[in-house]
Design a protein around this ligand. Structure first.
Ligand SMILES: C[S@@+](CC[C@H](N)C(=O)[O-])C[C@H]1O[C@@H](n2cnc3c(N)ncnc32)[C@H](O)[C@@H]1O
Length: 383
């Protein structure tokens, strides 16, 4: 029995060490929280800038594993709380202290570092820890998105013509929801939004007019592991008239925290023969009216102060650029939303053949127009 305990302890240590090793190789430092706080608090008591810098240099050596003795900071105690920090960000913070010209500045940076270890500060709309905001460089805050390859991991097969790339809902969900909150996508198509919701631990409700597409989406969403046990459901119906209240009630949900809409870009792709399909609207006016009806149906269920992301592109018809994106934006604004951002996103390299590309380039040169290389992500906030 005794041996067993010892072995377990050794196993645990082994796991911790390998975890520490793998995290280190991924650029993370696993820190013993209590010890780290103790050391920083100790340095804060030092009253001379030079001595502070000496202590911080030692700390930096520990973090970068140059020191011989980790002083319990990296040597994780099996009972102690650990915290994993991005090593580059942490060493930057330490460098900032080392570069301080005054004692006050050094103390200010040290206190800030201490606070970022002890506390978590988030806003009302997401789980981003603002005290460690430098670690979130995967979150895009620029208005021009040049995205590379589509994420094809897991259930994201990219089979549906007219889908969006998973990075779009991924960014929106991280930025505008907290774990356990609910996202509604009334044009769910192949379920990209719901797959991301499941990955990120958010409830997701999707509506899709085409029953065959909805069925395939359901099957794919189910393939994604549901580690947070969230709701991910696709309903077949017309998003202009479907009863969202009764859908949400099924799951005991009263309001949603993020609305994502990726409607057809009018008739660029004909999604079905159904007259209720926005891609079958007879003209731009009818398309906008139908789109407005979907906005009207969903809006009452979006919590006040929360976000609505509209993903839309423009179209070309009879030699004329039709700014569908801005027309749709107007429809949303008419309904009292506040415009927060217009993001311009590149189109991925199309699978089109090279000579087709060249043909378009020739046509553009002849016809005096430009070739679409972008679409919009428009962000609105509900007042
Ligand atoms: C641009 S696609 C959305 C693709 C989706 N974001 C994805 O990644 O697969 C638009 C979808 O809206 C659906 N649709 C069109 N009119 C609709 C309506 N009135 N109600 C619900 N869905 C509709 C189409 O069948 C199509 O699947």
């Amino acid at each position: 029995m005794k041996n067993n305990i010892k072995n377990n302890k050794e196993d645990k240590q082994l796991v911790i060490e390998s975890l520490e090793f793998s995290s280190l190789s991924q650029g993370m430092s696993i820190i013993n929280k209590e010890k780290f706080i103790e050391v920083i608090s100790g340095i804060l008591k030092v009253e001379a800038l030079n001595s502070i810098k000496k202590e911080v240099t030692n700390l930096k050596d520990i973090v970068t594993k140059k020191a011989k003795d980790y002083r319990g900071i990296l040597n994780i105690d099996s009972n102690g709380d650990t915290i994993s920090l991005r090593r580059d960000v942490l060493t930057d913070e330490l460098d900032q202290i080392l570069e301080s010209h005054t004692l006050e500045r050094a103390i200010y940076y040290l206190k800030r570092l201490l606070e970022s270890i002890q506390k978590v500060k988030t806003s009302k709309i997401n789980d981003i820890n603002l005290l460690r905001w430098k670690e979130y460089d995967d979150i895009i805050t620029d208005s021009l998105w040049i995205l590379g390859k589509r994420d094809t991991s897991g259930a994201h097969l990219g089979w549906y013509w007219g889908n969006f790339i998973p990075q779009i809902p991924h960014q929106m969900i991280l930025r505008y929801t907290k774990k356990g909150e609910c996202v509604l996508d009334p044009f769910v198509g192949s379920g990209t939004t719901l797959i991301e919701c499941r990955r990120l631990g958010r409830n997701g409700i999707g509506i899709e007019l085409n029953p065959d597409v909805a069925q395939k989406a359901k099957e794919l969403i189910e393939r994604e592991t549901n580690k947070d046990n969230v709701v991910s459901e696709v309903f077949v119906g017309d998003s202009r008239t479907i009863n969202i209240k009764s859908i949400l009630e099924k799951f005991g949900i009263k309001q949603i925290q993020l609305l994502i809409m990726h409607p057809p870009y009018h008739d660029i792709i004909k999604f079905s023969k159904d007259k209720n399909d926005l891609s079958n609207a007879k003209d731009t006016e009818e398309f906008l009216r139908m789109f407005g009806e979907v906005v009207d149906t969903a809006t009452p269920y979006l919590e006040k102060g929360r976000y609505f992301a509209l993903i839309i592109g423009d179209k070309y018809s009879k030699g004329e650029w039709i700014p569908l994106g801005f027309y749709c934006m107007q429809e949303v604004l008419k309904r009292g939303y506040v415009l927060k951002s217009i993001i311009v996103k590149n189109f991925e390299e199309t699978r089109g053949k090279r000579n087709q590309k060249e043909l378009w380039r020739y046509r553009a040169l002849v016809g005096g127009f430009y070739i679409f290389k972008h679409e919009y992500i428009m962000l609105f906030k509900k007042k």
